[in-house]
Write a new protein. Structure first.
Length: 257
């Protein structure tokens, strides 16, 4: 299936509210040039903003967004993307979260970080990347049960159990994607303070990030379940999200007349 077809299936079967975001880290000049040449339309930040704000254009407006370091106005993201070394400002920026500056420094240093020289980053709706690039990660902004379904399908498809997500202070979208890319592992984490207000993450939403190398297997597992019964795990046979009814409840039963 094409990525456009996969996005359509995901939107229908999981009742997603946002487009899945296909994230691409560009390290190669030729690959970047091909993307620039083949993309039908590329949007860039008018002013420096956060990485999670870049993703707003992709997940809410269906735009292909590309930027280099000049369009990024977030120290946390710059550090995780390898565009900024550890400095006093980055440590002090975490002071409000921790007990002291020594702890702040240790916590910042322990964040996931890209080691290879990064040229730029593209974020786009999953359905827009056919012929443009293979995603390094696929980032979902979803609710609790959508996240659970994605996690269950990932575990079954990759034979991974239990999952061990990586949660860091104030870097859910940026650091969360870097972790999944570097470690090639599933990540599920709440919004950080920055992605909550700047990135416009709703209170009931959670981040699910799947490495691109394992995304098709996860999707195929979902489709296997759809062909067998339905996408619903909570109530097999119903369309997800389906009826929110305990499967053994003797009271909430309907019959044809």
């Amino acid at each position: 299936m094409t990525y456009a077809e996969m996005q359509a299936a995901l939107m229908q079967e999981l009742r997603l509210y946002h487009y899945p975001v296909a994230v691409k880290f560009f390290f190669d000049e030729n690959e970047l040039e091909a993307f620039r040449k083949n993309a039908p339309e590329i949007h860039t930040p008018l002013k420096p903003m956060t990485f999670c704000q870049w993703e707003i254009g992709a997940r809410m407006q269906g735009q292909i967004v590309y930027s280099q370091v000049e369009g990024l106005g977030c120290g946390n993201a710059k550090y995780c993307f390898g565009w900024k070394d550890l400095d006093e400002g980055e440590v002090k920026g975490h002071a409000k979260y921790v007990q002291d500056l020594d702890q702040a420094k240790r916590f910042v240093v322990s964040k996931p970080m890209l080691e290879t020289k990064l040229l730029g980053i593209a974020v786009a709706p999953l359905g827009s990347i056919d012929g443009l690039y293979e995603p390094d990660t696929v980032h979902f902004y979803c609710d609790n049960m959508q996240a659970y379904h994605l996690a269950v399908d990932y575990m079954a498809a990759t034979d991974t159990h239990p999952l061990r997500p990586n949660i860091t202070m104030n870097s859910s979208a940026c650091g969360g994607n870097v972790f999944s890319f570097v470690e090639q592992e599933f990540n599920m984490l709440p919004a950080c303070s920055g992605s909550y207000n700047a990135g416009k993450t709703e209170r009931g939403e959670i981040n699910v990030i799947i490495p691109g190398s394992k995304f098709r297997a996860t999707f195929d597992r979902l489709m296997d379940r759809v062909r067998a019964a339905s996408s619903s795990i909570t109530r097999p046979g119903d369309g997800f999200p389906g009826a929110d009814i305990c499967k053994n409840c003797p009271l909430i039963i309907f019959k044809k007349r």
